[in-house]
Write a protein that binds this ligand. Structure first.
Ligand code: SAH
Ligand code: F3S
Length: 433
């Protein structure tokens, strides 16, 4: 008889893909049906994030709740970055947890479920040529990892210590996965890595020839059936002209790009060890905008990094004013254990909250400005979700969420839509024949 699996995913897209791998590996050894109700599950897994403090605190309150309401004999597992980071300390704080599997040990999940007390958190574990079993949460798009870990040492970031050093997955494995996904009907590929445009610098096999991200994009676009390629996240430092040229000229590459700014102040960027200046960042955005008129740019910004002065913050606002990002993921700096920034001079929390609000308010005016401009425009939309109210939802090439009235015939199709209405975050329109 099949067992029931409840799995919750916190954090980034890499975690989303890790969750797919966890489900695939579990099903390769046993028969699981997913449930959204933890109290009826035989196995409860939280795939955690440790990038900021809040999700870590939330983890332990949630674990307590799951333990209280779980059915008799159900197992609880903690996976992901907090698993890597806290290891067996998780058992001390939550003794009822059955196993702990870190972000770089996903291939070991099936054995861990079988053995109470398992802790698999080796951040040097190399899964770059491990062939995971198949599972995808969407029929329309396929997430594909292109590298593990991160070699940057941004002073605020815990990721290098939870996901380990950066190693690229061999191109043949990525291309095979992309071909298989295309054959099963996915028109869109989402390439994932902490630092995608550093792809090809380090492979596990030291003999492997160097390979570039641009070349990988070119090879993937040759695959029949793949119409759209997305990726996250490129690092501004490695955004060279060759890459920008490919981004601009390759029609299969979607024209939404995430360029994580973090701060607009060159002094703070230096303290963060980001490796670029305010001017370099602006120059890259200007170049992309000049070459790709319909491009949309998203970013990550941290406010109240240690020592951030009012002037530094004004520099961030200045970059936001100049680039007018389409989407900003804003964060208040959160000190993380064993990172250099945690020992620097911290900023008063209230100042951080105020800066965050100022940034959000400014960004809203840009969002409204951008979204209104879509009225009357035609976007090519890939439809992926039928809503109960008779609407069908999809995304434009440049990442806008679009709703139209329509039936399931549109699912999995890329269709032209004329935009008739906008809100701050999505659009409505009609299909044009
Ligand atoms: N290289 C990854 C970054 C992963 S962390 C990527 O580009 O997706 C995702 C984001 O979380 C970072 O870009 C940063 O803006 C934010 N972040 C990381 N550490 C943080 C911290 N200590 N406090 C607040 N935000 C943080
Ligand atoms: Fe973190 Fe910087 Fe890498 S934000 S994931 S150390 S690029």
């Amino acid at each position: 008889m099949s067992k029931k699996l409840f799995i919750e995913t916190l954090g980034c897209q890499m975690n989303t893909r890790d969750t797919e791998h966890i489900i695939a590996e579990l099903n390769a050894h046993s028969d699981y049906i997913q449930t959204t109700n933890s109290s009826e599950a035989d196995l409860i897994i939280i795939n955690t994030c440790s990038v900021r403090e809040k999700p870590v605190a939330k983890l332990f309150s949630e674990l307590g709740q799951f333990n209280k309401t779980k059915k008799d004999g159900a197992k609880i597992g903690v996976c992901g970055c907090t698993a890597s980071h806290l290891g067996d300390e998780i058992f001390k704080r939550a003794p009822y947890v059955d196993f702990v599997v870190g972000a770089r040990n996903v291939s070991k999940i099936s054995q861990a479920v079988e053995k109470k007390g398992t802790v698999e958190i080796d951040i040097n574990n190399d899964e770059t040529d491990y062939e995971f079993s198949e599972y995808r949460s969407s029929n329309f798009k396929a997430n594909i990892n292109i590298s593990l870990g991160c070699d940057k040492q941004c002073t605020f970031c815990i990721v290098p210590s939870t996901r380990g050093d950066e190693i690229s997955i061999p191109a043949e494995i990525i291309l095979n996965e992309a071909k298989k996904s295309a054959l099963s009907g996915a028109k869109e590929i989402f390439l994932l890595g902490q630092n995608v445009n550093n792809y090809g610098k380090h492979f596990s096999n030291k003999e492997s020839e160097k390979y570039t991200f641009t070349k990988l994009l070119q090879e993937i676009s040759k695959i029949d059936g793949i119409d759209r390629i997305r990726f996250t996240s490129p690092h501004p430092l490695h955004m060279d002209d060759e890459f920008i040229e490919e981004f601009a000229s390759n029609p299969k590459i979607c024209k939404l790009i995430h360029i994580p700014l973090q701060s607009g102040s060159t002094a703070i960027l230096k303290d963060m060890k980001r490796g670029y200046t305010k001017e370099w960042f602006l120059n890259r955005c200007e170049r992309i905008k000049a070459k790709v008129p319909n491009v949309r740019i998203s970013t990550d910004i941290i406010v109240a990094f240690p020592d951030e002065s009012e002037e530094d913050f004004l520099d961030t606002l200045n970059v936001v004013e100049k680039v007018k990002f389409d989407q900003i993921f804003n964060f208040k700096y959160s000190p993380r254990p064993n990172t250099p920034a945690a020992t620097m001079e911290q900023i008063d929390s209230e100042i951080g909250t105020k800066r965050l609000q100022t940034l959000i308010d400014l960004h809203k005016t840009h969002q409204d400005e951008h979204m209104e401009k879509n009225i009357g425009k035609i976007h090519s939309v890939y439809f992926e979700d039928l809503k109960p109210n008779g609407e069908i939802m999809g995304f434009s090439d440049n990442g806008l969420q679009v709703f139209v009235k329509g039936s399931e015939e549109l699912l999995g199709k890329i269709v032209d839509v004329k935009i008739t209405q906008n809100s701050r975050t999505s659009l409505k329109g009609i299909v044009v024949e």
